[in-house]
Design a protein around this ligand. Structure first.
Ligand code: HEM
Length: 405
């Protein structure tokens, strides 16, 4: 059944993507737990916007699960194609779509290579990439900040970590963009196939030779006789690539937009660059790049605060909503780079807490410090209403960010 009547809250509307927090703030007033019906499928979708409830969902991985295949067949087929398809199973088989015990074992293996020391060792290279990009911007006075800086930086870092050749990086952007945002199944299938074929080649090269990158580490990661099989490796690479750039790009893009809209805070950071760590946390809270995390399903019918969430219903805990909850954050709609404490949930919580959080923080800190030091007079080069936001309920970010500098 598809609902034709307009929804009480325009949460799926494209124009809501420019400022979804406003809709979540509205919802919080009277319906902090609200059930909508998906615009295309009619499936029940529960939005949670209060911090306490968002955290409760994220932590309850026994009842709110990721792997739709664990639901009864007639419910699961509302969400996924149950016929085996090697390419799709590879793209969707990563740990963000898995529950324990599979998830636990995949996560343990990725932690073997994604160590704090391995991330810290990337620092000089991140600095070099940032400097090179800033050099390329020199001599001009206008740019699209996303194209010129916030996109190429994290994609270069993650691509180098995974050993993707520089000629293939644009292709990667194309594939991940299609797989994340395109509604066209044929285009999706082709992109998935090309992606899998290419990454297969990379894995085969690493099996022959340890090149010292993260992919070589993943190929060799082993614990108690356990290792990643080929399909798991392919899915992991896909997840790391997508998670590793669509998010950090928008942390920096949304963060710089927010700074430009808050000149006093921008000035404070210019004058006292030592606030950068705290500023990045506030950017994550105030206008973070993940609006709602990936879908969760009720494994069984659950009663929560008087609401009956039926088996198989979808749950979307709004991270952007939780991060503006006045019960947790004083003056939640004020952007304050000195905020302390700042227990935001931009990286999620519980067993799926972001593996890449230390890398994202390091990249943002280096990239934004250097950008502000080099081009301190940067300003928005269009009216705020002209900014185009992508249509995804998952990734919150702009298609471009025109600036003068
Ligand atoms: C600002 C940047 C980032 C943000 C805001 C972010 C946010 C998140 C969130 C909210 C989740 C949990 C999703 C859920 O519970 O459904 C997550 C998971 C994950 N993120 Fe990130 N992420 C960022 C950057 C990165 C980077 C740079 C990487 C890796 C290179 C990465 C890798 C992952 C992985 C592998 C998971 C899955 C963890 C699991 O299922 O156990 N993320 N991220």
């Amino acid at each position: 059944m598809t609902t034709q009547t307009p929804l009480k809250y325009p949460v799926f509307d494209l124009k809501t993507r420019a400022n979804p927090q406003a809709v979540y703030n509205q919802m919080r007033e009277s319906d902090p737990i609200w059930c909508a019906h998906g615009p295309e499928t009619g499936n029940p979708i529960w939005f949670f916007v209060d911090y306490e409830d968002v955290v409760a969902v994220l932590k309850d991985d026994k009842r709110f699960i990721k792997d739709a295949r664990r639901l009864p067949r007639e419910i699961a087929q509302r969400y996924i194609n149950l016929d085996p398809d090697p390419v799709w199973d590879t793209i969707n088989g990563h740990m963000l779509m898995r529950d324990a015990p599979d998830h636990t074992r995949l996560r343990r293996l990725v932690h073997k290579v994604f160590t704090p020391r391995a991330i810290q060792a990337l620092l000089p290279r991140i600095e070099e990439i940032a400097d090179n990009l800033l050099d390329q911007m020199a001599g001009q006075h206008t740019a699209d900040l996303i194209n010129a800086y916030t996109f190429p930086l994290p994609i270069t870092v993650i691509a180098e970590m995974l050993g993707v050749e520089s000629e293939k990086r644009d292709k990667f952007r194309e594939w991940t963009n299609i797989l994340l945002f395109s509604p066209d199944p044929t285009q999706n299938q082709t992109a998935a196939m090309e992606f899998v074929m290419y990454v297969n080649q990379l894995i085969e090269q690493r099996e022959q030779e340890d090149t010292g990158d993260i992919l070589s580490g993943l190929v060799r990661a082993e614990e108690e006789g356990d290792s990643l099989n080929r399909q798991e490796l392919l899915s992991m690479v896909f997840l790391l690539l997508v998670a590793g750039h669509e998010t950090t790009v928008n942390l920096m893009g949304n963060g710089m937009l927010t700074l430009m809209q808050n000149p006093q805070q921008f000035e404070l950071l210019r004058q006292q660059p030592e606030w950068i760590d705290s500023a990045v946390e506030e950017m994550l809270r105030f206008n973070g790049p993940v609006e709602t995390p990936t879908m969760r399903f009720a494994l069984e019918t659950v009663e929560y605060k008087g609401h009956v969430i039926k088996q198989g219903d979808l749950i979307l805990p709004s991270l952007l909503g939780a991060n503006r909850d006045p019960k947790v954050f004083e003056h939640p709609n004020t952007f304050d780079i000195t905020r302390d404490p700042n227990p935001h949930v931009a990286f999620g919580m519980g067993v799926h807490y972001c593996v890449g959080a230390p890398l994202a923080r390091l990249e943002a800190k280096i990239a934004l410090s250097k950008l502000i030091a080099r081009y301190p007079n940067m300003a928005l080069n269009t009216a705020i209403d002209n900014l185009e936001w992508n249509g995804s309920l998952l990734i919150h970010g702009m298609k471009s960010l025109p600036i003068t500098y």
